[in-house]
Design a protein around this ligand. Sequence first.
Ligand code: ATP
Length: 452
Amino acid sequence: MPSRSMEELASLCKRRGFIFQSNDIYGGIKGLYDYGPMGVELKNNLKMAWWKSMIYERDDIEGIDSNILTGPDVLKYSGHVDTFTDPLVDCRSCKSRWKSDQLENKSCPNCKSKDLTEERPFNLMFKTPIGPVDDGSSYAYLRPETAQQIFTNFKNVLDSTNRTIPFGVAQIGKAFRNEITPRNFIFRVREFEQMELEFFVKPGSDEKWHKYWINERYNWWVNQGINKKNIHLHSVKKDELSHYSKSTVDILYDFPHGKEELEGIANRSDFDLGSHTKNQKDFNISTKVMENQKSTTKLGVQELESKSWFIPFVIEPSAGLDRGVLAVLNDAYKEEKIDNNNSRIVLALKPHLSPIKAAVIPLKRNNDQLVERAKSIKKILQQIGVGRIILENTGNIGKNYRRHDEIGTPLCITVDFETLESNSVTIRDRDSMQQKRLSTEELKEYFKNYFD
Ligand code: ATP
């Protein structure tokens, strides 16, 4: 069973060092969260799983890491300056502000008043001056999506790697949106990370590739431990599509607060490269693009046989990393009865996502011989290179098991007095709670195979 409520999950996250309210000691800022010692490991592991599946395990995708600060031209020609807005409504009674689709029966969700302003567009981008003079003449935006710098670097990547269509460019990084009402823990925040792929294809093959990526991305989430019954594919209605999209399928997840978007997979057509390219008139662009006389670079490619030029279509799987962390945590969360008197909370995370891969626990605290042996076992496991291993020198085995169940550590290894005599340890499995004794040689093999 996933967690029963967002509060239950948020409480575990705080107690065990996954996620904290940002600026907490000064009262916190809405829509901003910090990742703690366990959270950063989980988040990095999820990122790495994505990067591996996109870059290392394929032969048709390159990675980049571009700037967060983005010049106004990029976001003007992408359409964001004009259209990246949410409909904002003010309540004249209690002065609260709402996105109009959050209103219930056209009344204020806070005070129920119907005395509301007309809705008006509110741009979600954060703007900041560049340089020492803040006179409005030189500014940038904090990017609202990582995608745009992939488009502006399209030619750089193409030329420096000798790629041909179809191929993709992937990026993981921060994005910022000044959400009107951030809510639901890390689900809707103002600073978050995205894992985005822009996959460039020949016009005409876009629908085939769109289907392909929907399938790939669905399976990837299942491989991260998400139960199939908790994720759903949803075709976005034509009148709800973003300004760039020919069609979009969202992957929805049953979050504790409801079924909502985890990832969007959009067919962005030739809108983006078409809007950013030089010499737009030279191309047969299929969509209504932003008229552009400023770009210095042609973003088309040449057909090998006919030698004619075309603007590639783009298929974009865009996943939210923070929403991914939330989904993975929620799906892994279990409260189990151990016996008539005891229960436990366990995070049944897939081992590759667990923040700590193993805890090595000397049976007695501060016993030099046991601690030294535990350190050397930790070192052996560390060298296998699967992630973080920790030594727990607190002496309370039961408490350690409980803590490691709650943070999802798959293996706990106890070093006891028999270890000193026979060079063997007990290893406890998080999910079955079964323990068995292994020699340190066997432990090494077991450990390697476990994370293979
Ligand atoms: P929503 O409709 O929920 O606001 P969106 O359709 O605007 O999302 P996209 O622009 O498609 O989102 O962004 C791609 C992904 O980035 C989303 O699927 C989501 O996982 C993530 N994302 C977008 N906005 C936020 C946010 N405010 N907080 C956390 N993640 C976000």
